[in-house]
Design a protein around this ligand. Sequence first.
Ligand code: FNR
Length: 380
Amino acid sequence: YEIYLNGLTGAVPRLPTDLTRLEALAEQRLGPGPVGYVAGGAGDGSTARANRAALRRRRIVPRMLRDVHERDLSVEVLGRTLPAPVALAPVGVLSIMHPEAEPAAARAAAAQGVPYVLSSASSTPMEQVAEAMGDAERWFQLYWPKDREVARSFLGRAGAAGYSVLVVTLDTPLLAWRPRDLDQAYLPFLHGVGTANYFSDPAFRAGLAKPPQEDMNAAVAHFVGMFADPSKTWPDLAFLRENWAGPIVLKGILHPDDARAAADAGMDGVIVSNHGGRQVAGAVAAADALPRVAEAVGDRTAVLFDSGVRTGDDVFKALALGARAVLVGRPYVYGLGLDGQAGVEHVIRCLLAEFDLTLALAGHASPATVRAADLVEDPA
Ligand code: FNR
C-alpha cells in the first residue's frame, strides 16, 4: 500500500520490485567480477537453472471465499516463532558486494524481524556481526573444520556471542568446479576476504608459526587445508551435539534416506538445498527433492528449503511442497551490492509483501493451511 500511496507523489522505489531483475541490474552497476561470484553455479549452471524451473513448473490453484481479510504469516520453527516463513541464507564473503558486508545484511534482517544466518566464511568476525544483530535471532552456519580444536573453538565463540541455532552445511566437503570463479581466477577465499572468522580464531592461529598478516601464504594454506573435511561420516554428528547446546540443522540434504539419518541422529532440522546449484553439477532441483524429504521426516524434524526462491509465490510453493520455512540467498546479496542495508531491507519487504498477497489471493489466512493440493504441475 505504501507503494500505491507513493504513486500520489510520483516516488518510485529505488530498486525493482520484481526481484528477478536484480541480477541484471547488479551486473550493470557492479560489473561481472562480483556478480560472477554470486550468480555462478557448478558446471554449466544447469542445476541453478533447474532450481528455478522446478519452482516455475508448479502452479498455484487459488481458492475463493475463504475470509482472508486478516492474515498471520508467522510459523513455528525449531521452538521459535518466526514472523514469516523466511530467513536469509548464509552467504560468505559479502565484502565482495559491499564494504559494509555482513553487518549491513544482519542489521537489515534484524530490522525486518527475519533470522539472518551468518556464514563461517564471513568477511567480518562473528562477534562483530552478533553486535549488529541487536535483539534479533542469531543463527550461525558452520563449515565443519577438519581440525577439532578449531571446530570446538568456532562453536564456543558462536555460543558465547549469542548465536542460538547452528546450521551445519554438509554439501561442501570440497568446493565444486565453478567455471565463473575459475575463469576469473576469482576465488574469493584465496583473496583472504572470507577468512575473518578463521584468522581471528585463537585455535586457528595456534597452528601458525606467524600471525596471518605476517605470512599470508601460510595462513591461507592452513585455511584451505582445514576449511572442510571430506572424510566425515554420520557418527561424527555426535561431536556437534556435545559442543552445541541449541538446535542443530543440517543444510544440503536432498535424499530422503539422508533426511531419515538426520532425524535418527536427533537433528532438529534439515535444509533441503543444493547450495543454489553451486555444488553438484547436474544435481536434482531442490524443489523436486523437497516433497520426498518432507514425506520421509516432516513429522519428526523441521524441514526447511532453499535454492531458487525469488518471489512470494516461490515461498508459497515451497510451503505447499512440504517446507516449514525458506531461506533466500542471491536476491538479498544483490540488494546489498546495489544499496547496502537498505537494499537488503527492500528485498525482504518485497518478498514478504508478495508472499502475503499470494497467500491471501490463493485463499489462505496463514501458512499453516497451505497443502500439496494447492499446487498442480504445469502440463506444458
Ligand atoms: C552461498 N551459499 C552458502 N552456503 C553456506 O552454507 N555457507 C556459505 O558460506 C555460502 N556461501 C554462498 C555464497 C554465495 C555467493 C551464494 C550465492 C551462496 C549457499 C546459500 O546458503 C544458499 O544455499 C543458496 O544461495 C540458495 O540458493 P539461492 O537462493 O541463491 O538460489
